[in-house]
Design a protein around this ligand. Structure first.
Ligand SMILES: [Zn+2]
Ligand SMILES: [Zn+2]
Length: 415
């Protein structure tokens, strides 16, 4: 078996790995590089034979999870190339695609499922469901020609599915020749001490909600399902309902899990900001709106509800009159990676908060494993070679892990 990393050997974002056996090939992830300008995306698609021109030796593409840095360039691949992705991950992408800029969904993908091997030509792929900030995320074991490669994808141990990490460590796939392991958090602050768990965050949200007189806004990603559950639980503990918008409602529905908050739950309310009403009209999303309107509240009801509510915030809410009417006594929590705060769109939100005298705090934990958890993971899998990926600090791998063999982007090597 041969491997080459197209992108990701020295960076976070744009992950793409090509695997070859018996002259046939599979690709693991086709991610969008961070900060890639929209107009250049197509030119950034890796030079994989079969992506642009027909090539029958390319058997397909496996998407580890529905984060842009793992699937974001896939829209530029010939549509005839088969794609595998988790079913719930696919459903979330599909549901979200009409609500977000640059939304993308695969036309007819095959589905990955936890520990259900897939045979494709000379390859046998076994997906392992992992704990990550994206729902339905997988690590992938690739077997061919008697060799075994394990690709970690993105993962952590401190989320709501941390049990998956411990299960993998108790019973790791044996005899791994190459481990491609992510190292997102290396070099970031606090990573050696370990991170707060989602349950820790839940307690902090409870505190924050208790200390807020009026409405409490939380700015997070609607696709970070773990976090939405954390916020919902904290809201419930403090006697507050969770106000979501239709986009969040369709994403929660797409998880297909009745254990995850849904728009019809008694502790959940639907609120549609003005800008989203326009979007619904333009895209004729009336059926979606109807389906999620059982607990709908209108602008006039917001002031009366404010002290008993938590609203998931999205920047489009800044221009909404209903939101403007509940800023007095409001609280605001930022619940995403701090790095995004530097972006212009975030700066606009910060200025809006300042103008309206709303204090901001941050409550967040990483979607990626701490150094200690990466070390436990690497030790359990005990690969013959550990190849760094998805990290800006790949140079630090040798001091932290055994058997590290760094590879360069574009370099083919024999496993
Ligand atoms: Zn990633
Ligand atoms: Zn990810």
């Amino acid at each position: 078996m041969r491997l080459r990393i197209h992108r990701g050997a020295k960076e976070i974002g744009g992950t793409c790995i090509e695997v070859e056996a018996e002259g046939r090939r599979l690709v693991l992830d086709v991610g969008l590089p961070l900060d890639a300008p929209d107009e250049e995306q197509e030119t950034l698609l890796p030079e994989v034979p079969g992506f642009r021109e027909p090539d029958p030796s390319l058997l397909g593409v496996m998407i580890s999870h529905a984060h842009q840095d793992h699937y974001g360039l896939a829209a530029h691949i010939r549509p005839e190339v088969p794609v595998w992705i988790g079913e719930a991950g696919h459903n979330i992408l599909k549901a979200a695609s009409v609500w977000v800029p640059n939304g993308h969904a695969f036309a007819a993908p095959h589905f990955l499922a936890d520990r259900k091997p897939v045979e494709i030509g000379p390859f046998r792929i076994t997906p392992y469901l992992v704990d990550h900030s994206a729902f339905d995320a997988y690590a992938l074991l690739v077997e061919a020609e008697g060799k075994r490669v394990f690709y970690s994808g993105d993962f952590r141990a401190h989320g709501r599915k941390g049990a998956l990490f411990e299960r993998l460590l108790r019973n790791p796939p044996p005899d791994i020749d190459v481990l491609l392991m992510e190292g997102t958090t290396l070099g970031r602050t606090g990573t050696s001490e370990g991170f707060e768990t989602e349950s820790d965050l839940e307690e902090r949200f409870v505190e924050a909600f208790r200390q807020t007189k009026g409405m409490h806004f939380v700015w997070t990603s609607s696709q970070n399902i773990d976090r939405i559950v954390t916020i919902f639980r904290a809201a419930k503990k403090t006697g507050r309902v969770l106000l979501i918008d239709p986009y969040t409602a369709v994403v929660l529905e797409a998880t297909g899990r009745d254990t995850i908050p849904q728009s019809h739950w008694p502790e959940v309310r639907l609120y549609v900001p003005q800008r989203q009403r326009v979007l619904i009209k333009e895209n004729e999303l009336f059926a979606e709106l109807d389906r999620h309107s059982r607990n709908r509240v209108f602008r006039e009801a917001l002031p009366g509800l404010a002290e008993r509510a938590v609203m998931l915030f999205r920047p489009m809410a800044m221009s909404d009159r209903g939101v403007a009417s509940v800023l007095e006594g409001a609280g605001f929590t930022y619940s995403m990676w701090d790095g995004y705060l530097k972006e212009d769109s975030s700066q606009r939100v910060l200025r809006w908060l300042e103008r309206n005298g709303v204090a901001r705090q941050s409550i967040h934990t990483s979607g990626h494993a701490s150094t200690a958890d990466l070390q436990r993971f690497a030790a359990a899998l005990a690969p013959r070679a550990l190849v760094p990926i998805h990290s800006f600090e790949t140079g630090r791998f040798p001091e932290l892990f055994d058997n590290v063999v760094p590879r360069a982007d574009g370099e083919w090597w024999e496993v």
